[in-house]
Design a protein around this ligand. Structure first.
Ligand code: GCV
Length: 738
């Protein structure tokens, strides 16, 4: 009896150990479940030769050994000489074989690139993973492991890979009190209280995950910044994280609060042209680099949403950014200066704006279309920034909406280095309860043509530096990571972290390829699972657009927490925080006229781009309400008025979520029950939310269109007043800058 109990306990423990809680992300390394392939892999790999002559090579070797042993379920030996089919990995200085291999070829691998090549040495099959740098070897190792995890053949490999963009960075909007602005996956993984003494295993797994997809930078703190992080006490904590990340090729960055010289430096001003202020930042940088020699630099939100900045002293963004650039330049650091500004008036340095609250100064705010304001402020400064400054531009002109046209700034500042800011955390995309794969959104922006230097001047070419010959390039993703066991709250939100890294490395990858490889590594290589799961992912963003903001609607979500629909809101502290400002619904129609008869925001684009959008009859319906105020009875499709089309889109969105639910339910047998159930329950919430969006928006817009819902669509189960009365004071994601 006792024995039986023990056996039962052992089985239970084994099952619990196998529990799929999502923590392992896409680095699961489970045994290859295809017998023939497993045999092939075992034949090709009997051992590895990787001299651990640096911390980076040491973690590369450990990753390779652990992963291979688990994937191939066999002991992998570490070889000094080639005694069997094996993997040889290293740099010219760590391996004579790699040295010979690289000198025989004409490789241009830069600082981070690598080669993976199948070859024969001394009659043995050898897979060479070679790079000019240690970090290149680690990237090569992760790429090789991806091939195994996605069941690719590895007998005839010839891969050369170099990142398209230099600085591939996650921006954490994490506060020092561990709340996360727009975070939906728990609290911050940075435990500032126990740092620097306690190194959480998560820090290492975070670094591994990032390195596996080529992310090489981490901004640890919220852009709504807290100057405290620049004090000695916190810099020691930052140093501890930097030390953990270094072997994985990840630099740390901090957000610099413009008023820090006053707040923690005891100065009376933060004027960027004041020598005492400049000296303070110079000294601060000296202090930081003495602790963290490879510190990446600063990310700065200035004169935006209450953050102080140079305009408070009558100076420009260039004056501000260049002050930081000069302090960082001797150490090799960069400044990422955000272009997310929509307030041309000068703000007091101590003024704090919080959306949803009324402010006494709001009446003085400039009334130009918010769409135009970043361009208005930054375009005149083109060419005025130092060489180590990147202007960080959000993908669209407003704020990470489900669909935006690309920001006109990408086509407007050829003499300035622009970097992309995407948002991985789903602030406006259903937060952590909606399954939305963002790669199609990222790709839509990257392939958009600015026409600045003729056809083919894509946004991707602007940010990879090839269009304007930039020397420094960058791309940032606002992280969706928290301390939830699966890191991102929704199991599928991991795919957005993954997609960001993969596209930052190679923006030519397709969304389909990224979905395919993520699913294979994260769930299963079984095509019966893959095909429907991929369709779910690839259609999910368009589905969300349909049930939230079809036809170019934007910014119609709940105030402040941004949860759920609230197109009726008209009393926020600033005109341009109100949904009514954006949809402009009235008895004549709906949409924001941004043509020459309206705000003329379209004029900020190249004439070729204007042509695509400035005629309501030819404008792609995906963007039509971004640029036109369209009559309700306008025939937008043969046989369908704008109103009918709006109803059609909202209903299609709901139907598509129901389709996702059904498709997912058919996949139960292919994956673990834990994650299957997680996603199933979340899709249930998503369906409820999609219905809520549809009903609330259509009922509200109907008060203007006065047109009936087309027959055979589901009728709303509540009236408009019910939806308007819903309140969510405790919705997640609204941490202050603490
Ligand atoms: C970090 C939007 C978000 C804010 C965010 C801001 C920004 O306004 O709602 O939470 O603040 O963008 O990107 O700076």
């Amino acid at each position: 009896m006792k024995k039986l109990f023990l056996v039962a306990c052992t089985v239970l423990v084994a099952v619990l150990l196998q529990a799929e809680d999502g923590y392992r992300l896409w680095l699961r390394y489970d045994k290859i479940d295809d017998a023939a392939l497993l045999q092939q892999y075992r034949n090709t790999i009997s051992g590895i030769q990787l001299e651990p002559s640096s911390p980076t090579l040491s973690v590369a070797r450990q990753e390779l050994l652990n992963a291979l042993q688990s994937l191939l379920d066999k002991q992998i030996t570490s070889q000094q000489t080639i005694t069997g089919n094996c993997i040889v990995a290293g740099t010219p200085s760590s391996s004579s074989i790699v040295k010979q291999f690289l000198s025989a070829g004409n490789f241009n691998l830069g600082k981070e690139g690598f080669v993976i090549r199948s070859t024969n040495i001394e009659g043995k099959k050898v897979t060479v993973i070679a790079a000019g740098s240690d970090i290149g070897v680690l990237y090569g190792v992760f790429t090789f492991l991806r091939l195994l995890q996605t069941h690719q053949h590895i007998n005839d490999l010839s891969i050369t890979s170099v990142p398209a963009i230099q600085n591939r960075i996650l921006d954490h909007w994490d506060n020092l009190n561990r709340t996360i602005e727009r975070g939906y996956a728990g609290i911050s993984i940075w435990n500032w209280h126990t740092l620097p003494g306690y190194i959480d295993k998560r820090y290492i797994d975070y670094a591994r995950a990032n390195a596996s997809i080529g992310i090489n930078g981490s901004v640890l703190t919220n852009v709504n910044a807290n100057a405290l992080v620049l004090t000695k006490e916190y810099l020691l904590k930052v140093k501890a994280l930097a030390d953990v990340f270094r072997p994985y090729g990840i630099k740390v960055y901090l957000t610099a609060k413009f008023s820090a010289p006053i707040e923690i430096g005891g100065l009376k001003t933060a004027d960027p042209l004041d020598t005492a202020v400049q000296n303070w930042w110079n000294e601060k940088c000296n202090e930081i680099y003495a602790l963290i020699p490879d510190f990446g630099g600063f990310l700065i939100k200035a004169n935006s949403e209450g953050q102080p900045g140079p305009q408070g002293y009558g100076r420009t963004h260039a004056d501000g950014a260049n002050m930081f650039a000069d302090a960082l330049a001797p150490h090799g650091g960069i400044v990422m200066w955000r272009a997310f500004v929509y307030d041309v008036r000068v703000q007091k340095t101590n003024e704090h704006f919080e959306e949803g609250k009324t402010h006494e100064h709001s009446a003085t705010i400039a009334s130009d279309d918010r769409f135009k304001q970043a361009y208005n402020e930054f375009k005149p400064l083109d060419g005025k920034f130092r060489k180590n400054v990147l202007i960080q531009v959000k993908n669209g002109p407003i704020d990470f909406q489900p669909r935006e046209p690309f920001s006109p700034l990408f086509g407007a500042m050829p003499q300035t280095q622009l970097m992309m800011e995407f948002q991985l955390t789903q602030e406006y995309l259903g937060q952590a309860t909606n399954l939305v794969f963002e790669a199609p959104l990222f790709k839509e922006v990257l392939v958009a043509d600015t026409y600045t230097k003729g056809k083919g001047s894509t946004v991707a070419k602007v940010i990879d530096g090839s269009l304007n010959n930039n020397t420094v390039t960058g791309i940032a993703g606002v992280a969706n990571i928290g301390n939830d066991i699966d890191w991102t709250g929704h199991p599928f939100a991991q795919s957005n972290w993954y997609a960001f890294g993969r596209l930052a490395w190679d923006h030519d990858l397709s969304a389909a390829q990224i979905a395919d490889e993520w699913l294979r590594q994260t769930f299963s290589n079984n095509s019966a699972f893959l095909d429907p799961a991929k369709t779910i992912m690839l259609t999910s963003r368009e589905t969300l657009v349909d049930y939230m903001t079809p036809l170019g609607l934007h910014h119609i979500m709940g105030t402040s927490h941004h949860y759920g629909p609230a197109p009726w809101v008209d009393n926020a502290g600033r005109a341009d925080w109100n949904p009514v400002y954006y949809h402009k619904a009235d008895s004549a129609g709906i949409g924001f006229d941004r043509t020459a008869t309206g705000s003329n925001a379209l004029s900020q684009y190249n004439p070729e781009v204007q042509k695509q959008w400035n005629n309501v009859n030819t404008c792609n319906e995906k963007y039509v309400l971004w640029f036109h105020h369209v009559p309700w009875d306008f025939k937008i499709q043969p046989g369908r008025t704008l109103w009918d089309e709006l109803c059609y889109k909202y209903n299609t969105g709901v139907d598509s979520v129901r389709w996702m639910q059904a498709a997912w339910n058919g996949l139960a047998t292919y994956i673990d029950q834990e994650r299957f159930e997680d996603v199933r329950m979340l899709l249930g919430i998503q369906e409820t939310e999609a219905v809520w969006w549809r009903n609330a928006c259509l009922l509200y817009f109907q008060t203007f269109s006065k047109m009936p819902f087309p027959a055979n669509y589901e009728k709303p189960d509540h009236d408009l007043e019910y939806y308007k009365a819903l309140k969510f004071p405790l919705a997640p994601g609204i941490g202050g800058n603490m």
